[in-house]
Design a protein. Structure first.
Length: 636
């Protein structure tokens, strides 16, 4: 069933055409990824679909009665509400309904003391219908839905009372996403929904979208996330769209095959054209009426051959990392490293080695100290426990996710020239052109650049440093999909050593050959890419495999706590069993109450209805509390 159609959509800003002839359909249950380079018009298309922008031409059809929900990439919520109160605004109609039910209960109580049976019957009828509707709309469970959604998106219950106006931009974006999911629109339009989520929250969101009954159209640079959720890709390129009924990985494969077919077709046609041109030139060189006639005839045939534009991948950057000197085999040794601020341990007992030419991915929860570890390795933080040793002839280069190395007062060209004063103006311009800084773009002030432009400039600085050990902190965050692909190819060809922090699991799968998982208590090493790591932690392990995947400190700690954990597990199992028994009893009681309330004869006795309804509310509240406790114990 079609729920949304875009037909012949065109949009320009001034003389610049953003896109033209956009055509696609969205069916009920579709999970679609909208992909394309930065600046190709994806967000503009979303704004047109939502009615925030007017298309110059074309039509958009949305199924009658269907509601659109739009998550914008940049969100600003100015509110005195707490996080939880802000989510409650989604349910203002339900809360108002609940208040009406309470008001009706009071009115019924007063009227039942008199003899006005007609009014009492009318009130009871209204009360019955309103209570039934309230129950159908999950009136007894919306607060649990809020808690579950906020926790799924990475908040803790301690965060719920924080005021919205003190939250960071990323936290506000997550609250906006939570509100949108709680609204449950028929069609979800999500613009970069994973930008401020960690891996566990991204997995939760992916599961939510997989189970979501409505249609979803999502813009995302997170290719692993797209692979998890989409059944269709709409690619916006060269100002129009092409549809692929597949996931992201197969889309990339099919796109490359199509490009190769097009290029071969183009080359074959060019050969035919060149051959015809030579024949025409020969005929004209021979001269005479006969050969001139033949030349004109061949020219007419040539003019009828359909011309093809040479294919170019839109805005793609091409570069290669090449170290100036080769490092020794031992690149980095970290032994019993620890860092604390005051009495608070950031991490401890961190030990690992990196060898040439490994490509190592560092993963772990937000706040565990990954960026701090990088700064210690680079000498930007001097106070720590343990030891760090860089190997022979190791020159480290750093990509900072905050891009703090950029001088905001510089122009683009001066930023590169300051670090490479021996290069000529032409050499600098050529380097910048590979990163899509063309024409007057090179004279832009860095403070006026977008996040993607700053990311490209920072990577160019790193490339031109020619270091042999690259430490990269979230290098793909601000890159579009094609730029990520090129960066990955460059790192795969790189002759030095790479150590990279990333939440981009697609990137980790393609690039790295070793995963280091960082926790507060140390590092666990896996000799493979991200999928290998996931297989290892998901599969049952033998005792020997389990021991070898852990640090010595972790093994010692686990043995010390083993008895303690076994006792705790026994206690938890006992509590879980008791809770499950209590939940079963309450669920049965609620089922009986619902049967009672569905019998119209009960409404002849107002006092009994109020008593039964009150009993249901109490039991629902108690059941909700038991569920929360059950979740708490099963998560331990």
């Amino acid at each position: 069933m079609l729920v949304l159609t875009c037909k012949n959509i065109e949009k320009s800003f001034g003389i610049e055409t953003i896109f033209t002839d956009i055509n696609f359909n969205i069916e009920s249950g579709d999970k679609i990824g909208l992909v394309g380079n930065n600046g190709s018009g994806k967000t503009t298309l979303f704004n047109i679909i939502c009615g925030k922008l007017q298309a110059d031409k074309g039509e958009i059809f949305i199924k009658n009665g269907y509601k659109l929900g739009h998550l914008e990439q940049h969100v600003s919520i100015d509110s005195e509400n707490s996080m939880f109160e802000e989510c409650l605004t989604v349910f203002k109609d339900l809360i108002s309904m609940e208040e009406n039910i309470r008001h009706l209960e009071e009115e019924i109580s007063l009227v039942s003391q008199g003899n006005n049976t007609d009014k009492l019957e009318s009130l009871m009828d209204e009360y019955g219908h309103l209570s039934e509707k309230f129950n159908e709309l999950n009136g007894y469970g919306y607060q649990s839905s809020i808690r579950g959604t906020l926790i799924g998106l990475g908040f803790s219950e301690e965060d719920f009372d924080k005021k919205m106006n003190i939250l960071s931009g990323g936290q506000k974006s997550r609250v906006s996403l939570a509100k949108l999911l709680l609204e449950k629109p028929d069609i979800l339009l999500l613009d970069e929904p994973t930008n401020h989520l960690d891996i566990s929250a991204i997995d939760w969101l992916a599961k939510y979208i997989q189970d979501y009954n409505g249609a979803t159209l999502v813009i995302s640079h997170d290719r692993y996330f797209l692979d998890m959720i989409v059944n269709k890709i709409i690619h916006l390129e060269h100002k129009t769209t092409k549809e692929y009924k597949t996931n992201y990985t197969d889309f990339i494969k099919r796109r490359k095959e199509n490009i190769e077919i097009y290029r071969r077709h183009y080359e074959d046609k060019q050969k035919i054209v060149e051959k015809e041109k030579k024949i025409i030139e020969q005929y004209r060189a021979f001269g005479g009426e006969r050969y001139n006639r033949l030349a004109k005839s061949r020219q007419k045939m040539l003019d009828k051959i359909e011309t093809m534009d040479e294919y170019h991948e839109e805005g793609q950057i091409r570069f290669k990392f090449k170290p100036k000197i080769e490092s020794g085999n031992d690149v980095l040794e970290v032994l019993d490293l620890g860092k604390s601020y005051g009495d608070v341990d950031i991490f401890r007992n961190v030990s690992f080695n990196i060898y040439k030419p490994e490509r190592v991915g560092l993963i772990g929860p937000n706040g565990v100290g990954k960026s701090t570890l990088f700064k210690i390795i680079l000498g930007k933080i001097q106070e720590y426990d343990g030891s760090i040793k860089l190997g022979h002839h190791v020159n480290a280069g750093y990509f900072d996710q905050e891009m703090s190395s950029l001088n905001l007062d510089n122009t683009v060209i001066d930023e590169i020239w300051d670090d490479n004063p021996k290069l000529t103006h032409t050499e600098i311009r050529n380097a910048l052109s590979q990163f899509m800084f063309l024409g007057d773009d090179v004279f832009k002030d860095i403070k006026d650049l977008s996040g993607g432009e700053k990311g490209r400039l920072s990577i160019l600085k790193l490339i031109m440093s020619k270091d042999n050990f690259l430490l990269m902190d979230e290098p793909t965050n601000h890159l579009d999909i094609d730029s990520k692909e090129v960066l990955e190819e460059a790192l795969l060809d790189y002759e030095g050593t790479v150590f990279v922090i990333s939440h981009d699991r697609y990137f980790l799968n393609r690039v790295v050959d070793k995963i280091l998982v960082m926790s507060q208590d140390g590092i666990t090493e896996y000799l493979g890419n991200y999928n290998y790591y996931m297989e290892k932690i998901s599969a049952p392990k033998s005792e020997d495999e389990d021991e070898s995947a852990k640090t010595k400190t972790q093994i010692k700690e686990e043995k010390r706590k083993e008895k303690e954990l076994l006792n705790l597990e026994k206690q938890n199992k006992k509590k879980i069993k008791q809770l499950e028994e209590s939940i079963a009893v309450l669920e049965e009681e609620l089922s009986e109450i619902d049967k009672l309330l569905s019998d119209n004869t009960i409404y002849e006795n107002p006092e009994k209805v109020m008593s039964v309804t009150k009993d249901r509310e109490d039991k629902s509240s108690e059941l909700e509390s038991l569920y929360d406790k059950w979740v708490e114990f099963t998560d331990i």
